[in-house]
Each structure stands twice: as C-alpha cells, then as structure tokens.
Design a protein around this ligand. Structure first.
Ligand code: C2E
Ligand code: CA
Ligand code: CA
Length: 719
C-alpha cells in the first residue's frame, strides 16, 4: 500500500473515532438530562407524599393533645381511650405518655424508663419527630412523634410511635431498577429514612467513609454545597464526585420542618446503558473500518492490476511477450557493463516473408526468433516490427552470433520448414557509464553493415566503422550534386574471345571523379543500392553508353556489345525496363548491342520475378547476363528457368582455378548444354587463360587483357 493511502486510512479511522466519541458524548448528555428529570420527578412525588404523611401524623397527635388540654385529662387510661377512638391510630404502633420523671407508659401496658432523655422531649412546645431509633420493646426502627401538654400543673409528653418502615413504604421503589435510592433528611442533615431497607447506612455516609484523603476535601465541599443548596434553593440537581464513581443527585425541601428528600443514582447506570451503545458503535466502527480497509485493499489490488496492465501495454510486446523499446531503455542500465555485448537483430526481408506466407506465419516466425533470443540474451526486447535487441554475455561473440544465426536459419512452423535469415549488429560495451541510446546507436551502426549481407550477416562494431559510415554519409550528401555536375563517368573494360583473343565487347563500369580523386564503385554502389540512388545512376550510365554508341554509329564504326550493370533494386519497380527501352529509342541504338548484367544474388532471392524480368529483357531485344555467378544461393538448375545469354563466372573461382577446376568446369559444361555463353571474370594470368581455353570458356574479362579504361581511351584503342 502506498504512503498516501495509509495516511488516508488513518485519517478516516481517526474521523470515525471522533464521530463515535461525539456521538457517545451526546448520548451521555442526553442520558444525564434524562436521569435528572426522572430523579426530579421522583423526588417531587416522594416529597409531596411524605409531607402529607407527616402532616397527617402530626394532625393526629395535635388533635389528641388538644383534647387532653381542653378537658384537662390527667388519667393516662382516659388519654389512651381518646387515642383508641382515633381513626388514624392504625398507622402507629402504639401510643405512649411520659411524665415529668421520665416514666413512660404505653397504651398496651408497657412501662419504660426514659428519664435519661426526658429533657429532649420537654425542651420544645412544638411537635418533635425523633430520628430513627431502636424500639426498646420490639427492637425495630421507629420514630417518635412527641407533643408536650399541660394538664393542671403537670406537664406530660404525648408520644406516637411510628415504624420507620412507614416512611420507607412511601418512597418510590425501584429507582432506576433498584440502582438508585432516596433518603429523607432532617434540618440537621440527619437521615430520617431511606427508600431501601438494605441500606443500613445512607449512601452519603458510605461515600464519606470510602473516600481518599486527597478527595475528601473536595467531596466535603460538594456535600456542603448540597446542604447549602438545600437551605437556599429548596430543590435542584447536582453531580457529586466520589472516589469510585460519581453520583447524580436530585434534592427537594419537602416543605415541613425543613426536611429534605434526596435521590441519588450512581453515574455508572448511564455507563451501563452507554456501554452497550459503545460496544455497538465500536463494533460498527470496526466493521466500517474493516469494510474500508478491505475495499481499499481491493482498490489497491485493482489499481496494481491496472498498472500492471498499463505496464504490459506500455512496456511489453503482446505477441512475443518481450519488452519493447521503452522496456529496454528502462532496464538497460543494469546490463551496461564493460565487456558486455549488445546486439540488434533484424529478420531479413521479413516483409516478403509476411506477404508470401501470411501474417500468421509471420507472427510465428517472430515468436520463434524471440524465443531463441531469450535463451541467448538478457533484457531481450522487440524494438519494432522485426527488429530485436538484447545484451549478450559471452567469451566468444562470433561463435555465439553464428550459432544464433544458424539456429534461426531453418525453423519448423506447423509442420513446414521456413528459411529465416537474420542480420545482427553488435557492439561491445566499453564503459559502464555508457547510455543505452549510445549503445543502441553503435549496434545499429554495425547493423547497417550486416543488413542485406548474406555472406556476412553479422557485424561487430569497430572504430573504423564510424569513419566508414561518416564516409558513407558524405557520399550520400554529395551524390545528387555529383550527378548534376557529371562527376560520374563510364569506364570500359574489354571482353575478349578466349579462342581468337580478340575483343568483341566491353563492360561499362562507373567511376566517380570527385575533383582529381577517382572513387571506386565498390565504395558507393552498396550505399546507392540502399538509398535507391542506384536507380538514377544506372539509367544515367545507360544513357552515357547509348550516347557513346550513337557517336560510334555516326562514325560508321563497328559497334561492340556493351554490358551494362543493372542493379537488382530496379526489379521491385514495375515496368522499369520501359525507361531503358525509351533510352535506346532516343539514341537509335538497337537493343541487341546492349547486354544487361544482373547479379546472381538477385537471381537467388526472387527467382520467379527474375525469370519474368529476363524474359521481358530478351523480348525487348537485350542480351541478358548473370553476373558474379556462383557466389549467391542459386543453383545451376535455376539457369534453365531464366532467359539468359551469358553467365559471368565470378572472380573467386578464377582466382582458385590453378588449384581446382571442378566448379568452373561444371558451370561451363552445364551452360553449354543450356546454350548459355560463359565469361570468366577477373582473369589476370596467362595460366588462367590457358585453363579456361581448355575448359571451353567462351570469353574472358580481366586485367590480363585490359583494365577498365576511360571512355575516350577505350574507344580510341581497344575496339
Ligand atoms: P562487377 O560487375 O563484377 O564488375 C567487375 C569488377 O571486376 C570491376 O570492378 C572490374 O574493375 C573488376 N575487374 C575486372 N577484371 C579484373 C581483374 O583482372 N582483377 C581484379 N582484381 N579486378 C578485375 P569495379 O569497376 O570496381 O566495379 C565493382 C562493382 O561495382 C561491379 O562488379 C559492379 O557490381 C558494380 N558496378 C560498377 N559499375 C556499375 C554500374 O554502372 N551500375 C551498377 N549497378 N553497378 C556497377
Ligand atoms: Ca558486372
Ligand atoms: Ca562480376
């Protein structure tokens, strides 16, 4: 996952947490409000009920007291009788009367000694209600309502005994499912009753006891605040902070004796409610986050897939599964090491293969070539249609390249064998700092040498190559000007009859006179063949020869047969011959005086087309000759299908003639059978001439008789 995406996820997570926190806080606040309003309601109701209850208790006592005073009833039995008739008596456990000595008698005949606390009861003329106290008779918790009465000169205390339970029953039960409780406190802050009998002590006391030193002061302040509030505000709400937890408190003065009722509920009842919400929210959050993480991962995976697809599109060739030029440029750096070789490989005449066998076979050939290269090279890439490149690490580059070429040469595809010729340009890396563009350029330079060269289909870059290419470049830049300035001139080399030793014709050979330099055709013809300037030059030479022959004709001298070289580049042009015929017409030269020389490699590469071309040449009246015979791929059997008059046995065979006559002999014999004349090229010695004579070769062209001569000199001397 990317840095950015991680940050995004984190931010999202934080946002969710904040949202949940805000939500929980909101819920909390709402819950608090709810609690307070509930508590308030409870307190209000309880206060009302308790007030009424106390009032009714007091009323009962006051009524009895009044009767006693009014009728000055002294006898206890009589007082009890009033009590007995009084309806609300059932609320009370019993009635008691205390005299000034503290002797207490109850209506059910119990006698108790209250002398120790009698002062308290006699201290006030008002009704008094005691704090909860142990009943000396039944041992339960009771309150005593007391009222002083004067009967004659004697004071008595009338007492009504009320069980503490009485109050407890008035309180609302089950405050917050029993988690909260209320208590009643008197003016002094003493607990009079609690809603829950299980509370032996009030919660307030408990809080006071369990407190740490540190918090004690704070809590006291809080509780004092509560008492203060009770004095001043009569009712209200507050939150009391204690050690383990906080409490929500609602208080109300019940409006009698300055008593108050206080309801308390621990804060954790919210927490409990909210807890489930938090759990739900966090689970929800967890799932949302999980969903987001999963979808993010999904998106990232999809993105990666897409990127991979884009990478495939941008860097990988779909057909061969090799990288392309961009791939090469991206990855080359790690392979550029001193001594490593870089090659550019091109399938020769791939276009023709494609046309001849169809794209299906073409594609298969590309895949075959790619697979072979993959085995041999590193970072192998397909640069364009049929051009591949890659690095090769080897100790013997020549053998490696020869093997590659050999392996590719014959391939079986779907049960058919195809001949695949490739050309390779190779460059050996000199420095690690070289850039791929430079390396590629050097290999391409070398490749220019190898391309189209059937005999040497690979070329390893060397320093001279650069100079040669520079030369080529200069030649190319000067050629157009040269033809306009008539710098191309014709030299003639005589052809001699082997038997008579008499010249009967000549070959026209071009020379480039650049100022005083004479440039050999070997230096520019191959270049012109590549850039097609040869088409122009060949016709130009043809015209020059026609002009020379016309001149000769006008001089009424015998006309020799002149051979003119016609580059194979012409053959791709439909009806190229027409221009040649036109030219002969223009100079009124009969075509029979002209022999067109076609190189043998042309014969090999496009047999079918060539037989048609030679036929057309013959039909136009030209003589036709196959040049450099024996150097190309064509076999002697091909001769049969061509309409030719002569074959020129290549100089390499003549050079070797003194050692081996077999090949030449065979060529001559077969030619004889086919009615084709033979010319031996490059004959330099008498010995060679003797052998050729013996073998029955028809004519000879070579330095032995004559070198190519400038036109003037030739026409003057030779013929
Ligand atoms: P090519 O057609 O095979 O011409 C014969 C070459 O052999 C000529 O070289 C000639 O000078 C050379 N030669 C002849 N006798 C001897 C000998 O006894 N010893 C040696 N060492 N060489 C001999 P050149 O004139 O340098 O031409 C080279 C090639 O250039 C020609 O080979 C031909 O393929 C091409 N060429 C020349 N002129 C033209 C032209 O006008 N058009 C075309 N298309 N190609 C031409
Ligand atoms: Ca020739
Ligand atoms: Ca030749």
């Amino acid at each position: 996952m990317k840095h950015k995406q991680v940050i995004f996820l984190l931010l999202f997570f934080i946002m969710i947490i904040i949202l949940v926190a805000v939500y929980v806080l909101f819920l909390y606040e709402q819950a608090e409000k709810n609690i307070y309003s509930n508590l308030e309601e409870i307190v209000k109701q309880d206060a009302e009920k308790i007030k009424l209850e106390i009032q009714s208790h007091e009323n009962a006592l006051v009524a009895i007291a009044r009767e006693v005073e009014r009728y000055q009833i002294k006898e206890k039995e009589e007082i009890f009788a009033i009590w007995n008739e009084y309806p609300p008596k059932n609320t009370f456990t019993r009635m008691a009367i205390m005299d000034e000595e503290g002797n207490l008698v109850t209506n059910d005949g119990k006698v108790l000694d209250f002398s120790e606390e009698k002062e308290k009861f006699f201290a006030s003329n008002e009704i008094q209600i005691t704090e909860p106290r142990k009943n000396k008779i039944e041992n339960n918790l009771i309150h005593i309502y007391s009222q002083k009465v004067k009967v004659e000169d004697m004071e008595l205390i009338l007492m009504l005994v009320l069980e503490n339970e009485n109050y407890e029953q008035i309180f609302s039960k089950n405050i917050f499912e029993g988690k909260g409780h209320s208590y009643l406190q008197n003016e002094e802050g003493k607990i009079m009753a609690t809603s829950n009998t299980n509370y032996t002590k009030s919660k307030e006391e408990e809080i006071r006891e369990n407190i740490s030193e540190k918090e004690r002061t704070k809590l006291y302040q809080e509780l004092e605040k509560l008492q203060e509030n009770l004095q001043t505000q009569k009712n209200g709400n507050m939150k009391i902070k204690a050690i383990q937890q906080n409490y929500y408190v609602s208080y109300r003065n019940i409006g009698i004796h300055n008593w108050s009722i206080i309801s308390v509920v621990p804060e954790n009842i919210i927490a409990e409610g909210i807890y489930s919400i938090i759990i739900v929210s966090t689970t929800l959050m967890f799932f949302i986050t999980l969903c987001i993480i999963i979808s993010s991962i999904y998106i990232v995976v999809q993105n990666n897939k897409k990127q991979k697809q884009l990478y495939q599109l941008a860097y990988i060739d779909s057909l061969t599964k090799l990288g392309n030029i961009h791939f090469l440029k991206e990855n080359a750096k790690q392979y550029i090491k001193k001594g490593m070789y870089f090659i550019v490989l091109d399938i020769e005449k791939f276009k023709i293969l494609n046309e001849q066998y169809g794209f299906y076979v073409g594609d298969k050939i590309l895949i075959e070539v790619a697979n072979i290269l993959k085995k041999e090279g590193l970072c192998v890439s397909r640069l364009s249609n049929d051009v591949f490149a890659g690095f090769i690490s080897t100790k013997d580059i020549k053998t490696t390249l020869e093997n590659v070429i050999k392996t590719m040469r014959k391939r079986w595809i779907d049960g058919y064998e195809y001949v695949i010729a490739v050309s390779i340009g190779c460059y050996q890396i000199q420095k690690e700092t070289e850039q791929i563009e430079y390396v590629l350029n050097q290999a391409l330079m070398a490749h220019r040498r190898a391309k189209g060269n059937a005999l040497q289909p690979y070329y390893i870059y060397n320093e001279q190559l650069k100079e040669q290419l520079l030369k080529e470049h200069t030649i190319e830049s000067k050629m157009e000007e040269a033809i306009q300035k008539e710098q191309f001139v014709v030299y003639y080399q005589a052809k001699v009859d082997t038997k008579t030793q008499m010249p009967y014709g000549a070959e026209a050979l071009v020379r480039w006179k650049d100022k005083e330099n004479i440039i050999s055709p070997k230096d520019f013809i191959p270049i012109f063949e590549k850039n097609h300037f040869i088409l122009k030059l060949d016709l130009y030479i043809f015209e020059k020869v026609c002009q020379d022959l016309q001149k000769r004709k006008r001089e009424k001298r015998s006309i020799p047969i002149i051979s003119i070289n016609v580059s194979r580049e012409h053959f791709v042009i439909e009806n190229f011959l027409e221009e040649y015929i036109e030219m002969t017409k223009k100079y009124q030269i009969e075509t029979k005086y002209i022999e067109l020389e076609i190189t043998e490699s042309a014969a090999g590469s496009k047999n079918y087309a060539l037989s048609k071309i030679t036929r057309q040449m013959k039909e136009a009246g030209f003589q036709v000759s196959i040049d450099d015979f024996g150097t190309g791929y064509s076999s002697l059997s091909v001769l049969q299908s061509l309409a030719i008059d002569t074959i020129k046995i290549d100089k390499t065979f003549i050079n070797n003639l003194e050692q081996d006559t077999n090949m030449v002999e065979m060529i001559i014999n077969i030619s004889k059978k086919l009615g084709i004349k033979t010319v031996a090229e490059g004959v330099e010695t008498k010995e060679q001439r003797e052998i050729l004579l013996k073998l029955g070769c028809d004519s000879i062209q070579g330095y032995y008789y004559a070198k190519p001569l400038p036109a003037e000199e030739f026409w003057r001397k030779e013929i």
